[in-house]
Design a protein around this ligand. Structure first.
Ligand SMILES: [Zn+2]
Length: 284
C-alpha cells in the first residue's frame, strides 16, 4: 500500500509506553503522589520504607531503539489508514445526506482501559461502542505476520478498516438493533448474530478499500490478496483449529475463513454499501 507522504489522521490517541494503560499503574501512581506529598510537606521524618513502592513495571514491554523505530513507523502507517477511512466514510455519509462522526483510534501497548473494560494485547484489536473508539496494539501487526501467517501492510489496513466497520454499525444503529435481538435469543442464535455483525464489518472494510482505491489509487499489486489472506487467517475456524485442534461451529462469533473472504471481496468488488446485508444472506 502506498502510504508514505500521505495525510495521517489526527484522531489518534497514542498511549504506547504508558504503563499498563491504567491497569497496572494504580499503585505506582499513588506511590508517586504520596511521595510528592511527603516531600512537599517537608516530611523529613518519613521512613522511606513506608512509601508505597512503585510497582515494578515488569509486564511492560521495553523496546530496543530499532524496535521503537519500527513501532513508530507502524503507528504512522495506522494514522494514514485511519485518515483514508475518514476520507471515504465522510464522502459516503455525505452522499446519503448524513454526517460522519470520525472515531478516535487508541494505540496501546500491553494493556489499556476502555469504556468496554480493561484489555490486554491478547484481546487483539477491538472497537468499543461505549466510547466510539478503536483500540489497537501494534503487536497484532507482528502477530499477523509471525503467528497467523498473514504478512503485508494491507493485512493490517484491513484489520483497521474492519474495526471502523464496527463504528459504522454503531453510528447507523445496526449494533444497537442486533444487541437487542441477541438479548432475546439463545446462545447459538446470539452467536449467529455476532457472526453476521463481523461479516458485515468485513464487507464494510471491502467497501472502504473500493472507494479508497478510486480516490487515491493507493493499492499495490497483491494488497487485496494480503487482506483476503488475513481474513482467511483470522476466521474463527482457523483460530479454533490453531488453539484447540478442532472446529466447533456453534462457538463461531466471527465467521469462517471462507465467509470472511467472501464478504470482504463482495464489498471490494461492488463498493455498494447496500449489498452488505449479511443478516438475510441465504447461506448463513
Ligand atoms: Zn470484528
Amino acid at each position: 500500500m502506498k502510504w508514505l507522504g500521505r495525510r495521517g489522521s489526527s484522531n489518534v490517541d497514542d498511549r504506547r509506553g504508558i504503563s499498563g494503560g491504567g491497569i497496572a499503574a494504580g499503585g505506582g501512581v499513588i506511590g508517586v503522589i504520596m511521595y510528592l506529598l511527603y516531600t512537599f510537606l517537608g516530611g523529613g521524618e518519613v521512613d522511606p520504607s513506608q512509601i508505597p513502592q512503585l510497582s515494578p513495571e515488569s509486564n511492560q514491554t521495553v523496546l530496543t531503539p530499532e524496535e521503537q523505530k519500527k513501532d513508530d513507523e507502524r503507528a504512522e502507517f495506522i494514522k494514514v489508514v485511519l485518515a483514508d477511512t475518514e476520507d471515504v466514510w465522510n464522502k459516503l455519509f455525505a452522499e446519503n445526506g448524513k454526517q460522519y462522526q470520525e472515531p478516535t483510534l487508541v494505540l496501546f501497548r500491553d494493556g489499556v482501559s476502555s469504556a468496554c473494560g480493561n484489555a490486554s494485547a491478547a484481546s487483539g484489536p477491538f472497537y468499543c461502542p461505549g466510547d466510539n473508539k478503536l483500540y489497537i496494539d501494534l503487536v497484532f501487526y507482528q502477530d499477523l505476520q509471525n503467528k497467523l501467517n498473514a504478512p503485508g501492510d494491507f493485512a493490517m489496513a484491513y484489520v483497521v478498516a474492519h474495526e471502523v466497520g464496527h463504528h459504522i454499525q454503531n453510528l447507523n444503529g445496526t449494533a444497537a438493533k442486533i444487541s437487542r435481538l441477541q438479548q432475546q435469543a439463545g446462545e447459538t442464535e446470539a452467536n449467529r448474530y455476532s457472526v453476521m455483525m463481523e461479516l458485515q464489518a468485513d464487507f464494510l472494510a471491502g467497501v472502504w478499500a473500493n472507494h479508497a482505491q478510486k480516490m487515491k489509487s493507493f493499492l499495490d499489486e497483491g494488497d487485496i490478496d494480503e487482506a483476503l489472506n488475513a481474513a482467511n487467517a483470522i476466521g474463527d475456524d482457523m483460530l479454533q483449529k490453531k488453539s484447540t485442534g478442532q472446529v466447533v461451529p456453534d462457538a463461531f462469533t466471527h465467521g469462517t475463513s471462507a465467509q470472511r473472504m467472501y464478504w470482504f471481496r463482495k464489498g471490494f468488488q461492488t463498493g455498494d454499501i447496500k449489498q452488505g446485508d449479511t443478516f438475510n444472506a441465504p447461506d448463513l
